[in-house]
Write a protein of this length. Sequence first.
Length: 263
Amino acid sequence: MSGRSRVCVLQVPPFEPDRLLGGAEVVAVHLVRALAERMEVTVVHGQPAEAANRIRCHPQFPARVLAGFPFDDHVRDEGHIRPRLTQPAHAALTAADVVVTVERTLNIPVTGRRVSCLGGVGYPHTLDVLRHRAWDRLVVPSEYVAAQVAERAPDAHGVTVVENGIDMSVFTPSPRPRRAGRPVRLLVAGRPSWDKGAERAVGVARALQQSGTAARLTCVDQPGGFGPVDFSSRLRAQAVGVDLEILPWQPHPHMPAYTARRT
């Protein structure tokens, strides 16, 4: 025994520290790295059926990573979940002093203290998290999200704000004034998707153009193997008549400077 506290971190999507895609998955990787500096950490994640026989090894990562349950409709669509755990995953949850869940709460008994991380309340599964209150501590990334929680669940207990610590200065647009005749540059930051306003961004660009203001809309493509395969073609079809630039996806560390150069 190491004598260190044991933490089990559970997230629904596959946990891939070498392939950061964005959102909660990025936060989870940084969270696990920080916890592993002082604690013994095991990550339990979902496994798609088509990847059931593919073993992921992360020899340089400071935590044990287990594919612990099927990545099925139940765990994908609901917020209070009862995953079908493998024996090693169940053992890790049972032995943990602290159980951290990302964007979900667990509908199974655990003896460790339950900490749930919630980035927002814009999806049905996040409202399900609030409805069931199955946490000892709910961690949110901003006062704005805390206010959302208070509005939808006024009696929610144990809500704590812990900011993600993002250095926003790396995303700051160039201070240079826009040259005469140059289009207004609109950037869809991060990984674009239909449920995060991609169509609305097209509408903003189109409205500017129709008002006589030249505009260029820039976004990145979906990373390989993630998101709908026809996303770019559908977006181009939506944006007929709009100056649209779709750039190749970049690794997570390169994305801030990559996008800042285009704003």
